[in-house]
Design a protein around this ligand. Structure first.
Ligand SMILES: N[C@@H](CCC[C@H](N)C(=O)O)C(=O)O
Length: 293
């Protein structure tokens, strides 16, 4: 199957973007995996697909597949690239679009300086809705919230204190002293696949630099460590605000760039999270995707 695609990146989190507004390609999980493969395919952390609006009130449907081929609920850096793509491709002339994701409706706004602001909706804290199996664990109270002690299946069985929440997709946030030396490669996969997370989880390693500054590395579910994770940055800032570490606006430095996250906690727990950051096209091309079951 011959496909036109655009390669994009947002703070170094990279995407293959596909247009299915006129026809569905019907790709299999193995074909998404192939497209994401950096050696045999195009190479990407996620594949983003643009589909027509499924109902009135939204402009498009936004579908996300991880590099491992699995479809997921949400992708923050991808959302910024999505609005830049539909605008540049002439699929809309609106600078503000509403898209349906598996996690709900997102509102995306192109700024004059080329950056994009996304209304990411409200965070979700109930363990069952993350989903996270908290049964039998004693939460450690902090700020107006808590962290959960979790033993990792590693030599010495280290117990880590995780803040657990959803930004439409599941996140676990671990505070570290220094992101440079944090055990992301060793602990990331152990947290991602911990049996307490029935749908696996994105693992964020957060360094608090100041009340408005953070550094973050994320080991993403289904993609491994990426240069940036938008929902991961939202989750880390929301967790840090509730735990008393941050004010309501935080600049988050990730290995691939900076995202600004705002959460007006004073408006209540259901206040929406706003994320602002870059979204850049890299190149467009045509690829012959092999038949794969
Ligand atoms: N890179 C993304 C998140 C993509 C999905 C994630 N790996 C998951 O499985 O939930 C972002 O920028 O938010």
């Amino acid at each position: 199957m011959r496909l036109h695609f655009t390669k994009m990146q947002g703070a170094g989190n990279d995407f293959v973007v596909l247009d299915e507004t006129r026809q569905r390609h019907g790709l299999t999980p193995a074909q998404y995996r192939w497209l994401a493969d950096r050696h045999f395919g195009v190479g990407a952390d996620q594949i983003l697909t643009v589909r027509p609006a499924p109902h009135p009130g939204v402009d498009f449907e936004y579908v996300i597949h991880n590099a491992d081929g699995g479809e997921v609920e949400n992708c923050g850096n991808g959302a910024r690239c999505f609005v830049r793509y539909v605008h540049d491709a002439g699929l809309t002339d609106r600078r503000c679009v509403r898209v349906q994701t598996r996690a709900g409706v997102l509102t995306l706004a192109l700024q004059g300086d080329g950056r994009v602001t996304v209304d990411m909706g409200a965070p979700v804290f109930e363990p069952d809705r993350v989903p996270f199996d908290a049964q039998g664990l004693a939460p450690q109270p902090e700020g107006d919230w808590q962290r959960w002690p979790l033993a990792l299946p590693a030599p010495g069985e280290p117990v880590v204190a995780l803040a657990v929440l959803s930004m439409g997709n599941p996140h676990a946030v671990l505070r570290v002293d220094d992101v440079q030396t944090a055990p992301v490669a060793a602990w990331g996969p152990l947290i991602e696949s911990h049996p307490r997370f029935p749908r696996r989880v994105n693992a964020g390693f957060l360094q608090v630099v100041g009340r408005e500054r953070a550094r973050l590395r994320v080991y993403e579910r289904g993609a491994g460590e990426t240069l940036a994770c938008g929902t991961g940055a939202c989750a880390a800032v929301v967790a840090g605000i509730r735990l008393g570490w941050f004010d309501e606006r935080v600049d988050v430095d990730l290995p691939g760039g900076r995202l600004t996250i705002e959460w007006p906690r004073h408006q209540g727990l259901a206040a929406p999270v706003r994320m602002t950051g870059p979204a850049e096209p890299v190149f467009s091309g045509v690829v012959d995707v092999p038949e794969l079951p």
